[in-house]
Design a protein around this ligand. Structure first.
Ligand code: ARG
Length: 624
């Protein structure tokens, strides 16, 4: 019987008494979180979730009474050995031996599928999802936001795949735009083909920084413009140079992503959507959604703009637009960058242009959002997916809101199934060499710091490949630090906090995994049949079993809100419980039956720990 079948068994009894289908009750029955202070039951039914009337004042008292009444009508059976009530809950304790036997068998039999086969997921339809994440810009900094996007996107993809969904992992590179004009000129001045081949990311970045210093020079400006124009006209030589920038960069990214344990099914990018974004503009025009600024009056430092009878004024900073004012018929201001012919889509409810999105420059060229519109339509055509997920920091929330809104206005109902998973900012990530510029800097830094910690730790054994181990443990540290809180929260990065060996860190998870693994190695993989479950009745053993019961619920929670923190705190608790159990329930020196049963318990704990870590994007180590 699976852990969820305990739920089913309880639901079936409840269903008779409450006259509700058992399916409706399954999700109201949850495993009780383990408490350090007191013994707890295994499952509980929250009365509020099965009663309709929750309006009365004396609600708490009422619920308690109802719980008691319900409990009186229920009977213990072969599965449930005790029924009690708490504030608003009916609590169920499972037959102790059955609990141990069932949980251990299930965990060890299902292996990496433990939890995902649960009935909690049986009604969830299998879906196809395109998940876009990481998406760095060529020749620009790979900042911490890109790292967050990479590990969060990877986690979401891992989770979805584990739950049986089909996933396309997509990287949408910033590989187009005026900066390539500048980069092209820069490369012609300071570029080196050898360096481009051997370390493209570093070299292109350096070239870009160097030419940027001269970006105000009229001649450089003109050359950059020419280069980009040639690129847009698909001039063979220009395009071939650009393609080398892109291809070599991707090659290097693939190598670095591999260190992170991340891969992509598709490398897309803004460059794919130059022409298609023109088609999008045409579609917007045909549907009557594209509005253009119609009149412009420029007095030195004073501008007046009419936007289809309404007046709007915007400051144009690169491609970021700051909305200054709206709804007025006339606006005077000292700076005018808004040009006649700029194309916008009205997103306001009243259609008064109090909210709009700019989709076309005055010269008819596309913008970031236009390319995203084209990309979204293309992805949907190509993959006919159920959902599209975009993972970026929260500064792009408006952008994605506008994107989905415009798609909806264009008649694409699937826009409602698109989702922007946004995350907060990280402050203070610096390496010893200074500010982080490349992803590889972070990986090298965490590895070297971890190596140092390992070398000075007394507990570190002789390990076969310390560098590889340091890398995996270091990555676990980064990921856990990042995933502990709500994704939308900002946080202050600290190497020391992340790399602490005790406390709630990735290092602690890895350490626990390695310890449990070596325990297994020492005592051999125990036969799972004939475990004497009567030997697993100590409170510390029961706590581990009870915690293992909850794994499916935690997966379910994370699958709903796409927050990794549920899994993180689950795994940290599992590690703490396992550590306590390991200390108080020795394997070595115990009677064979007891040793065998405990071994099984620890094996199960290690298995679930490893499963959870892998979902988060961590490779569990076996030594450290
Ligand atoms: N390259 C962009 C940046 O670095 C992120 C792209 C996000 N994805 C998208 N479809 N717009 O900010």
């Amino acid at each position: 019987m699976a852990a969820c079948s305990f739920r089913r068994s309880i639901a079936s009894q409840l269903s008779k008494v409450l006259d509700l289908p058992p399916e409706n009750l399954i999700k109201s029955i949850s495993a009780v979180p383990v408490s350090k202070k007191r013994h707890v039951a295994d499952f509980q039914l929250s009365i509020a979730s099965v009663t309709e009337d929750s309006s009365s004042e004396s609600i708490a008292q009422d619920l308690h009474l109802q719980a008691q009444k319900l409990a009186e009508r229920l009977k213990c059976d072969a599965v449930v050995s005790e029924i009690s009530t708490g504030p608003g809950t009916v609590n169920f304790t499972i037959n102790r031996e059955l609990l141990a036997k069932t949980v251990l068998q299930q965990v060890l039999k299902d292996g990496s599928e433990y939890g995902v086969k649960s009935e909690l997921f049986s009604t969830v339809p299998r879906q196809k999802a395109v998940i876009e994440f990481s998406s760095p810009n060529i020749a620009k900094k790979f900042h911490i936001g890109h790292l967050r996007s990479t590990i969060i996107g990877n986690f979401i993809a891992n989770l979805k795949v584990a739950l049986g969904h089909e996933v396309i992992r997509m990287n949408y590179l910033g590989d187009w735009g005026m900066q390539f004009g500048l980069l092209g000129v820069g490369f012609q001045c300071f570029g080196n083909k050898e360096k481009l081949k051997s370390s493209p990311l570093q070299h292109l970045f350096e070239v870009y920084v160097q030419i940027n210093k001269e970006a105000d020079d009229e001649n450089v400006k003109k050359l950059a413009k020419d280069f980009f124009r040639k690129l847009e006209e698909h001039d063979e030589q220009t395009l071939s140079l650009w393609k080398q920038f892109r291809d070599f960069s991707i090659e290097e990214y693939i190598r670095i992503y591999k260190r992170l344990g991340v891969h992509f099914d598709e490398y897309s990018g803004e460059s794919f959507y130059q022409e298609k974004s023109q088609e999008v503009l045409k579609m917007l025009e045909d549907k009557g959604l594209l509005q253009k600024t119609v009149y412009e009056l420029v007095i030195p430092f004073i501008g007046v703009v009419y936007l289809t009878s309404q007046v709007h004024f915007k400051c144009n900073i690169d491609e970021t637009y700051l909305h200054i004012g709206s709804g007025l018929q006339l606006l005077l201001c000292f700076l005018l960058t808004y040009r006649k012919g700029t194309g916008v889509v009205d997103l306001s409810e009243k259609k008064d242009l109090s909210l709009f999105s700019t989709v076309m420059r005055s010269d008819g060229t596309s913008l970031y959002i236009t390319r995203d519109l084209a990309a979204a339509i293309d992805r949907m055509n190509k993959h006919s997916c159920d959902t599209m997920i975009y993972v970026t920091d929260k500064s792009q929330s408006n952008h994605f809101q506008h994107l989905f809104q415009i798609l909806k206005l264009m008649g694409y109902d699937w826009a409602e199934r698109c989702r922007h998973v946004s995350f907060g900012l990280v402050q203070g990530m610096k390496t010893r060499r200074g500010e982080v510029v490349f992803l590889e800097d972070v990986l090298n830094e965490v590895r070297s710091r971890m190596l140092q910690n390992m070398a000075s730790a007394k507990t570190t054994k002789e390990i076969e490949d310390p560098i590889e181990t340091a890398e995996k443990v270091g990555l676990a540290a980064l990921i856990i630090q990042d995933f502990r809180g709500l994704l939308s929260s900002d946080y202050q990065f600290s190497w020391d906090r992340a790399l602490q060996s005790r406390g709630d860190t990735g290092v602690f998870l890895q350490y626990t995994h390695a310890r449990l693994h070596s325990l297994e190695q020492m005592h051999g993989n125990e036969q799972l049949t004939d475990i004497n479950v009567a030997c697993l009745q100590e409170p510390n053993a029961i706590s581990v079993l009870q915690h293992l019961l909850r794994y499916d619920e935690v997966l379910y929670q994370s699958s709903q809100d796409l927050q990794p923190k549920h899994i993180v705190s689950y795994l940290l608790t599992l590690s703490h419980l396992a550590a306590v159990a390991h200390k108080t329930l020795p394997v070595k020196g115990s009677a064979p039956k007891v040793a065998q049963a405990r071994c099984c318990l620890f094996q199960a704990a290690r298995s679930v720990l490893a499963n959870g870590m892998k979902l988060l994007g961590i490779t569990p180590v076996t030594q450290m």
